[in-house]
Ligand binder design. Structure first.
Ligand SMILES: CCCSCc1cc(N)cc2c(=O)[nH]c(N)nc12
Length: 372
């Protein structure tokens, strides 16, 4: 096996059921990937993350290059050993995080120069350096360095930004060290413009990657626009490689994007929201800090089999958040990640059974019922 493997096992409409094969194991798709930014999925041990059914998690070049540095992680055995996760890891390339976290950054053809949000030290990230860092981290899926085109952007701005990312994709591919079980994904850009997206898909396909991410979405455009961009971009993408929609999303986003042919997702929503007291449930969301939960002994979601829902009532969870007890964020994060994996498991089975639209429609309807 050179690179990573992908088997398309079933389709139902445009929805796809597949399997990605890496040096650290397989990933059943459609898959949700928890975000482990600084070598930790916040508030979770890796055993707890694995217990939710997650088969791959994300790391961040930007954060790890600043602290503890890629060299230190490599010296300590690579990211898998460092964080005690022996399954696949995907790492983002750093450009998106530079633009969202660092100030005083300057972009050039060469790369991006920025000041660390931690201590103000100056750093320079090029496609070659990003690929080298991800190699040192021993990442199974490396992402090309790209520029996430801001939203809104004019078509001329989107074209210029996309073409820079395509030149960086070529340099990323040239710098990538091919190894069995390790792969490199290209990232489609082009804003909300069909011609730009088509040019980006063609450019990346011509270079050739193990998988193709759709970037430049989940940047404030809204769900309707995101789905519209997917509707004219996805049909242009090769069918025998995984598609990864970056930074997405809420449960309704995931259902709609699986319907449109996406295989892989990542988002900070289940973990970040869990830490603030927001629980995702089959009927929508619950803010556990709301006083109405104080005396309620029901679980967050009666249909959920996670450790939180099996053992704790809403009144207790409400208390933990009001008391600012660290167990609160831990239990809600655990529930949210378990729920997201349940959602993906349900969609994988529905595609295999050929009744995706019926199952997806039922889930979408329940999400709008609201919690009672
Ligand atoms: C750990 C976080 C991974 S996803 C971050 C992300 C999120 C979103 N929404 C878009 C992009 C993008 O266009 N390019 C890149 N590299 N990353 C993006």
């Amino acid at each position: 096996m050179t690179g990573i493997g992908f088997d398309l096992l079933a389709t139902d409409g445009r929805a796809r059921r597949g399997r990605v094969t890496t040096a650290h194991g397989t990933i059943e798709t459609p898959a949700f990937m928890p975000v482990g930014t600084a070598a930790t999925v916040k508030a979770m041990t890796t055993d707890a993350v694995a217990s939710t059914g997650a088969e791959i998690l994300l790391g961040n070049t930007y954060h790890l290059m600043l602290r503890p540095t890629a060299e230190r992680v490599a010296q300590l055995g690579g990211l898998h050993r460092f964080m005690n996760w022996d399954k696949p890891i995907l790492t983002d390339s750093g450009g998106f995080q530079v633009m969202s976290l660092s100030d005083l950054r300057t972009m050039s053809e060469e790369g991006v120069t920025f000041k660390s949000h931690l201590d103000g030290s100056r750093h320079h990230l090029t496609p070659e350096r990003s690929i080298q860092i991800q190699h040192m981290l021993d990442s199974n899926v490396t992402m090309c360095l790209d520029e996430c085109t801001p939203f809104p952007a004019t078509e001329a701005q989107a074209e210029s930004s996309m073409r820079l990312s395509m030149r960086w994709a070529r340099r990323s591919k040239d710098a990538f060290v091919e190894r069995p079980g390790y792969g490199l994904f290209g990232i489609v850009q082009g804003g909300i413009y069909p011609e730009q997206r088509a040019e980006s898909v063609a450019a990346l396909t011509d270079i050739g990657f193990d998988g193709y991410a759709i970037g430049g979405l989940a940047v404030g455009e809204g769900q309707e626009t995101m789905f519209r961009v997917l509707d004219f971009t996805e049909p242009l993408m090769v069918k025998d490689r995984p598609r990864y929609l970056m930074g997405v999303g809420r449960p309704s986003d995931l259902i709609g994007a699986v319907r449109r042919g996406v295989d892989m997702f990542d988002c900070v929503m289940p973990t970040r929201s869990g830490r603030t007291g927001q629980a995702f449930v089959r009927r929508g969301t619950i803010n556990i800090r709301n006083a109405r939960h104080a005396h309620d002994e029901r679980p967050l979601d009666a249909d959920c089999g996670c450790p939180t829902c099996r053992s704790y009532g809403r009144g207790y969870l409400h208390h933990l958040f009001k008391a600012d007890e660290m167990l609160g964020p831990m239990l809600l994060t655990w529930h949210n990640l378990h729920y997201y994996q349940d959602l993906m498991r349900t969609m994988r089975q529905a595609i295999a059974d050929g009744n995706f639209e019926e199952v997806a429609g039922t889930m979408e309807a329940r999400l709008t019922e609201g919690d009672v």
